[in-house]
Ligand binder design. Structure first.
Ligand code: FAD
Length: 438
């Protein structure tokens, strides 16, 4: 067992709060780094991300060989349903990183009828999107963080260790030391959730191994809560419609189509996101239903960065079979519900375009999530943020942003040697947003 830090001073007083690493550069990780700097964290900060760039589930797919390609293959937009908005929002809007979403949204019912307007959970409240791609949400957050943040993309943090001085060691896949820091923030659950063992064949949950040395009862509790969080998956078909076939897609009366539960049962799809590109082509993302994705969980897209980092061999035949199944679902939906706008011939020409699979193993956490008051373990100098933290916006970008801002305030209070009550006050005041909707 290692000895706990002196609670009176923290690791160094607020002028020297110590070094901090954030694992994950999705909306929560980027927002946490931005909020820490905005709120005055003066110590060194590093950010570690296994993907090729920032974004996580708000990433935008691009291509080195096709400059015009841009597909929001995860969240196509985000919404705020509580007020006041996160403090990080206004600078994102002012900097042009995000913009209000103005595209029409429609819902498809089980009879194939279209109804205008968005629905819960993603279509209500104030709607926004990344300006020029959803990844600009995270890029804008990182700009707010300033240049003085060490950022590492393409780096999976595979193991965590704790030193006798209670400092965190981040290790790569070959157990090489990446960084040693005073404070650690996990913005994803991969290192703390048993799914890493089940899906990735890891022998242990990395955080559980470190937690045994810390003997921190709160952390043990957090691990148990995190282990109980389940997620819904999504398998998304990305279709790049050639310019010659794109006109009917642009004329559809929606940019985002949400499927009712009955429609999901009927067509195996949950959403259709239509994303016209500047060069005349149109990207279409057909989001599978949760049920479809759960039946095809083991099939990764060939461009999956986590699959390649973990050495999961591509299985082109299985991937093609999932692509065909999703294409057939799309064809059925269009034929049965949207034939007015898209003829069979137009559809055939569209499906001749490039098709890819994007599988999200943990697309949406299921409630209740990690209670906000557990999201900082001061004795272990460990914090958690992300859409899996309970509270307003749970399971959405809003929750990722709010949990990150809340955690940043509590980390600063804890690093300043705040009493548990002061740290918890931060938790109470950050819990406060009120519903925007009646
Ligand atoms: C298909 C889809 C559609 C969605 N639609 C909407 C929507 O319309 N509106 C909405 O609000 N939300 C939507 N969401 C949910 C939204 O995308 C998430 O709530 C939000 O992006 C979560 O952000 P996060 O930072 O908590 O997690 P993530 O975005 O998952 O970020 C975690 C990051 O950590 C990295 N990471 C994890 N472990 C490690 C490690 N050990 N080493 C290095 N890096 C690591 C991951 O690569 C990832 O980039 C959607 C999600 C999906 C998948």
């Amino acid at each position: 067992m290692v000895s706990p830090p002196d609670p009176a001073t923290g690791p160094g007083g607020i002028r020297d709060p110590g070094s901090l690493a954030v694992i994950g550069a999705g909306a929560a990780g980027c927002a946490c780094v931005a909020a820490l700097r905005r709120q005055g964290w003066a110590g060194p900060i590093s950010l570690w991300e296994s993907g090729r760039g920032p974004g996580g589930r708000t990433a935008t797919r691009r291509s080195r060989t096709d400059a015009g390609l841009r597909i929001d293959h995860g969240a196509p937009l985000f919404n705020l349903t509580t007020s006041p908005p996160p403090a990080l929002l206004e600078p994102l809007l002012a900097g042009g990183w995000i913009e209000p979403w103005t595209g029409p949204i429609a819902q498809l019912d089980g009879q194939g009828q279209l109804h205008p307007g968005g629905s819960a959970p993603h279509g209500l409240g104030s709607l926004y999107r990344g300006n020029g791609g959803m990844e600009h949400l995270c890029r804008g957050l990182l700009e707010q963080a300033g240049a003085d943040v060490e950022i590492h993309y393409g780096q999976l943090v595979r193991h965590l260790e704790i030193t006798p001085e209670r400092r965190w060691r981040l290790l790569g896949p070959d157990r090489q030391l990446l960084k040693e820091v005073d404070w650690l923030v996990l913005s994803g659950t991969l290192l703390a959730h048993p799914r890493s063992r089940l899906l990735l064949d890891w022998t242990e949950v990395p955080l559980a191994a470190a937690a045994r040395r810390l003997q921190d009862a709160q952390l043990q509790h957090v691990l148990a809560v995190l282990a109980s969080i389940q997620s819904e998956a999504r398998s998304n078909l990305l279709l790049l419609v050639p310019a010659a076939a794109a006109a009917p897609w642009r004329k559809l009366p929606f940019r985002l189509l949400e499927f009712s539960e009955a429609a999901q049962l009927r067509w195996n799809l949950s959403r259709l996101s239509v994303q016209p590109l500047a060069d005349g082509r149109c990207a279409v993302v057909a989001h599978s239903s949760a049920t479809f994705a759960s039946e095809h969980l083991s099939v990764y897209g060939s461009r999956s960065s986590i699959a390649s980092q973990l050495g999961v061999a591509p299985r082109p035949e299985q991937e093609q079979a999932v692509i065909e199944a999703l294409s057939a679902a799309l064809q059925d939906t269009l034929g049965q519900a949207l034939g007015r706008w898209l003829s069979k011939a137009a559809l055939r020409r569209s499906l001749a375009g490039e098709r890819q699979l994007m599988r999200w193993g943990a697309a949406f956490p299921r409630p209740p999530g990690l209670p906000l008051e557990l999201a900082l373990c001061p004795a272990s100098r460990l914090g958690f943020c992300g859409d899996y933290v309970a509270g307003p916006g749970f399971g959405r970008v809003e929750g990722a942003l709010r949990s990150a801002e809340a955690l940043a305030g509590r980390l600063l209070a804890a690093a300043a040697g705040g009493s548990p009550a002061a740290v918890n006050n931060h938790c109470e005041s950050s819990r406060g947003p009120a519903p925007l909707l009646g």
